[in-house]
Design a protein around this ligand. Sequence first.
Ligand SMILES: Nc1ncnc2c1ncn2[C@@H]1O[C@H](COP(=O)(O)OP(=O)(O)OP(=O)(O)O)[C@@H](O)[C@H]1O
Length: 387
Amino acid sequence: MIRFEQVGKVYPDGTTAVDALSFEVAEGELVTLVGPSGCGKTTTMMMVNRLIEPTSGRILVDGRDIAETDPVKLRRGIGYVIQQVGLFPHRTVLDNTATVPALVGWKRSRARERAAELLDLVGLDPSVYGSRYPAQLSGGQRQRVGVARALAADPPVLLMDEPFGAVDPVVRERLQNEFLKLQSRVRKTVLMVTHDIEEAVRMGDRIAVYGQGRIEQFDTPGAVLGSPATPYVAEFVGADRGLKRLSVTAIEPDDLEQPPLARLDEPAGAAAARLAAAGARWAVVLNEAGELHGWVSADALRIAGDEGTVGELARRMDAWVPVGAPLKRAFSEMLQRDAGWIAVLDGARFLGVLTPAKLHEALRRSVDADAQGVGRDEVRFDSVADA
Ligand SMILES: Nc1ncnc2c1ncn2[C@@H]1O[C@H](COP(=O)(O)OP(=O)(O)OP(=O)(O)O)[C@@H](O)[C@H]1O
């Protein structure tokens, strides 16, 4: 969809910003450009919508050389999101979002309808926020308006320059998750600039790691973390790249342990005997529909004996992670709750539990898969918090 062929940019003062860049972004793919300040990321991106012209090589968008495309027409097919957002301060949020459709000649009513849809899509209720002015929004909300505005004319290509850079880390992570969910629905071809390797790894289907004016490695997050191509990349991704790998490795059903199960309506004595036979200290408790209810300890069951049911002794468990979520989410839930395991669900169905030992095994599996050149797993970002 976007193809760089030996692209270079030398500024008039002689600064070489980028040199002989060649790479391709496939349709529907999200590629992150990451590297230290001044390495040429923004220059690369701004050449795609011709805000900057290359001095050598060529760039193709959808098979066409953009040097031969009228810049105004070109930009209509390319959404652009920047850190400062650049909303018009004297226009309402709805009008800001409707800017591009209005520019390309949509009727006012249709443009506003579309804008309302888009605000909804990025999680801003148009009936609440539509009539506000940018100054009446939080930084994170402004950022969402920026994304909604960029998507308004439904461009196939999206350029994002540090789109989540101006907000605090908590809001940032939420915006990243929301954007990934949105992207899984709209499947735009996205180039995203960031200087943050965590963000690059989290967001990118593939990552371009920049050295000075050139790409040192262009590969999946798993491969960049697992086998850095050069000492420079290894240093850039950091000594804790094993930890970062937690963000890009998905929980798979095979990673799970199967603890003993007990049902809410079961007599405590029967469940106690089963746990004793299995040598287990606790069981996962499911309700009548086979959904996760909580857990119960073998001690509690033994003490109660035939006096009670599992339901009377069970403790609720409201923490779980969906299968396909990143291992990091499971690990973080375990740490937060000081728990030795976390339940993994597929929809409402209980699949098993992840334990620290199994988590380690899953990490090993992912390292081995990368060594064999297997791409990263589909990591899903829906979570308890969104349910
Ligand atoms: N108009 C210009 N004239 C001369 N040099 C420029 C110009 N714009 C950028 N540069 C230089 O080109 C190089 C690449 O800049 P660019 O903005 O692409 O880097 P970047 O990787 O996006 O950096 P940052 O993360 O700090 O935004 C830098 O050395 C920069 O100083």
